[in-house]
Design a protein. Structure first.
Length: 304
């Protein structure tokens, strides 16, 4: 287990070990969240690297990653715990077959930990030999508001109440990373329990560095042209602008095609890697894509 970083610069270095090139503002919030033992709430467009932050912290700190993927209808049974009802029924039948039953003892036995199925939130509160785990609560905006309200106890006191057993409280709070794509607003009561950061698209220089770190062997010219092209697309009126994840997918795809620079025809043929909606692809195929390639090359030439 790696010790928590002692400074903002150490946090930047920690992330860079896993090729996550963060800006200083993100590293500052992460450093504070780790030192203060507070959850961090990350919002931003899809594909900008919010989920990856939790994975990187898990890998670099040597902590177990526990992921709770949120969705509409998520409830306590799926997120926290449920009882193994089939095993409980078998235990009851076996006890009855053996003769007179001490019902109080039987009740105690069947509502013990051996019959408890632990889901991600409860798992994150349990002691771990490798240190408190990293708990990723991913895309909280997809869950219902009722589940969001339930999280308040977990995030405020790092504990969960199980009626049949009592309260389970973490001896050491997990490192909590909550993400949202902002398809709906998250309540202020939950945000107050977290440190907040908006994860934005990187600037061109940092995105080029990310591409070169994540796509080994990519041609220097190609990496720069890809990023300039993607950055130009983000200024267009698209239904869904490409995130960093799409930039990396496209860079990998063009490398597999042995490209060393952007070719208008190849750009048109591979837009499905970069864009995820047909209206956006149709709008850019052909002449618009060619114009964007020519414009970025002119801008790069003018910049020297």
């Amino acid at each position: 287990m790696t010790p928590l970083p002692a400074s903002i610069d150490a946090t930047l270095d920690l992330l860079a070990k896993a090729d996550y090139l963060a800006d200083r503002s993100l590293a500052t919030v992460l450093f504070l969240a780790l030192r203060m033992g507070r959850p961090i709430f990350l919002e931003g467009e899809a594909g900008v690297g919010k989920t990856e932050i939790a994975k990187v912290l898990s890998a670099t700190l040597g902590r177990r990653l526990i992921r709770l993927q949120c969705y509409e209808g998520l409830d306590v049974a799926s997120a926290v715990y449920e009882w193994n009802y089939a095993a409980q029924m078998i235990a009851i039948r076996l006890a009855e077959a053996e003769g007179p039953v001490d019902r109080e003892r039987l009740t105690h036995d069947i509502f013990s930990r051996s019959f408890l199925i632990e889901r991600p939130l409860l798992q994150a509160l349990r002691p771990d030999a490798g240190g408190a785990p990293v708990l990723l609560i991913d895309e909280l905006d997809r869950a219902d508001e009722a589940f969001e309200a339930f999280l308040l106890e977990v995030l405020a006191d790092f504990q969960v109440t199980i009626p049949e057993m009592g309260t389970v409280k973490a001896a050491e709070p997990p490192v909590v990373v909550i993400t949202s794509n902002r398809t709906r607003e998250i309540h202020d009561a939950l945000k107050r329990r977290c440190l907040y950061h908006w994860v934005d698209y990187p600037d061109a220089a940092r995105e080029i560095a990310i591409v070169r770190a994540k796509v080994p062997g990519i041609a220097a010219r190609l990496s720069e042209e890809i990023v300039r092209f993607v950055q130009a697309l983000r200024r267009e009126d698209l239904f869904k602008a490409p995130g960093v994840a799409e930039t990396l997918d496209w860079a990998t795809a063009l490398t597999e095609l042995d490209a060393v620079a952007l070719d208008p025809a190849m750009v048109s043929d591979t837009l499905g890697v970069l864009l995820k909606y047909q209206d956006d692809i149709a709008r850019l195929q052909g002449s618009p894509a060619t114009a964007l390639v020519e414009q970025l090359r002119a801008d790069m030439a003018a910049a020297g």
